[in-house]
Ligand binder design. Structure first.
Ligand code: GLY
Length: 236
């Protein structure tokens, strides 16, 4: 029992670089109601995982995992994604993924000022120890997923998406495409989770406001999103 948080780390098998924590919103509807989805929005950093807890996760979860894989002669290089339940007894691992999370990746990477290619090359080369600390934008980021009508059940595809150019004009916003494709030069829907509208702000509420300002610019038949992404951060 507790709230879920996602903590990701990058490792070359020797050196571990823990990324700022994020929180996903797995349920389809506001207030964490409705069916499970791939994730309807995320924000980072997640105040639920404070600095001491992040160090605890690093020391008690990531470091032993990386060492155990090395001892088992399966050294791991890449992204380790720990899906955590923050219980009264502390963080517990629900699952490990070996990839960035979707939609956690969007707010995390929007804050990354270092060049991601350098980080990934150093990971592949085994030279993360020489990279130096990553540089982060101090501002938090919020990602709102815009979905197709019917998702996470059956949904239709091929609806033209309007307003992407207007959304791109909203300051500190980046619209990540997930379920889209080009048809005759027009961007159309091609998946359940269609766009990850992501914004930076001086606080989580301001990042949320900016993300939803961009969301309002975008429309297609049946487009919908949760309206409460990041509100959990306010009750920590
Ligand atoms: N957001 C959940 C995942 O990427 O698995």
């Amino acid at each position: 029992h507790g709230q879920e948080a996602s903590v990701l780390a990058i490792t070359d098998g020797q050196t571990l670089v823990t990324l700022p924590p994020a929180q996903d919103h797995k349920r389809a509807y506001d207030g964490d109601a409705g069916p499970n989805t791939g994730g309807m929005g995320a924000y980072s950093p997640a105040p639920l995982v404070d600095e001491p807890m992040l160090h605890w996760v690093e020391e008690h979860i990531f470091v032993p995992t990386v060492h155990a894989m090395k001892r088992a002669r399966r050294p791991f290089r890449g992204v380790l994604y720990a899906g955590l339940m923050i219980t009264n007894q502390g963080p517990k691992v629900l699952e490990y993924n070996v990839r960035f999370g979707d939609p956690e990746c969007q707010p995390i990477l929007l804050r990354l000022k270092s060049d991601l290619v350098d980080v990934l090359e150093a990971t592949a080369d085994g030279s993360l120890d020489r990279l130096g600390p990553l540089e982060w934008d101090p501002r938090p980021a919020v990602c709102v997923v815009m979905a197709s009508e019917g998702y996470p059940g059956d949904y239709a595809k091929g609806y033209p998406i309007r307003g992407l150019a207007e959304a791109a004009q909203v300051p500190d916003v980046k619209v990540f495409h997930a379920g889209t494709t080009l048809k005759d030069g027009q961007v159309v829907t091609s998946g359940g989770r269609v766009l990850g509208v992501t914004a930076l702000g001086n606080s989580i509420p301001l990042a949320k406001l900016q993300a939803y300002t961009a969301v309002k610019c975008i429309r297609w038949d049946g487009a919908w999103c949760r309206k409460d992404i990041s509100d959990k951060a306010a009750v920590i």
